[in-house]
Design a protein. Structure first.
Length: 166
């Protein structure tokens, strides 16, 4: 059985007791979280969030890419979120990776040059990266200045969330 088949089987069980169909499209806590896609981290659990509480935007590295910014803008302007948090984490796959080395590796491995993605947004300083992502969000002209944007680092060994001060 493939993983997709296993997931479909699990979904059939989930549907039997499904009770979330009446949740509002607007998040109850008026919060959007931009975080890494790392499979070890269940941000909803570590933040005490429940279905319908917040928008969860996840990508490699928890980076404020064009698409993440698009999602935050939609989250605020169309769905009324009033606070953003950005979470990076220890032992991230993009930490200490060299962008040019990754491109060279992929070009060699796949035997082809690709123009997209234009960047992988690798970084070597976790706190500096969080500050940079917070700055990218705060400085976007379509993100109102009154929206709080705070950055955190999640420790994958302890589960502790530590705020990164600007």
């Amino acid at each position: 059985m493939s993983v997709a088949d296993e997931l479909l089987k699990a979904n059939a069980e989930f549907v039997k007791n499904f009770n979330l169909g009446d949740l509002e499209v607007r998040p109850r806590r008026r919060l959007a979280v931009l975080a890494c896609m790392d499979s070890r981290i269940l941000f909803e659990r570590c933040l005490g969030l429940h279905p319908g509480d917040a928008h969860m935007i996840r990508n490699a590295g928890g980076i404020a890419t064009d698409d993440a910014l698009r999602s935050l803008i939609v989250s605020h302007h169309l769905l009324d979120t009033q606070e953003f948090i950005i979470i990076n984490h220890t032992d991230c796959g993009l930490l200490k990776v060299q962008e040019y080395a990754l491109r060279a590796h992929l070009t060699t491995k796949m035997g082809a040059i690709a123009s997209e993605p234009a960047h992988f947004y690798a970084f070597d300083d976790l706190e500096a990266n969080v500050r940079e992502q917070v700055h990218k969000v705060k400085s976007h002209p379509w993100i109102p200045k009154h929206i709080p944007v705070r950055g955190f680092i999640y420790d994958v060994r302890t589960g502790k969330l530590n705020e990164v001060k600007n």
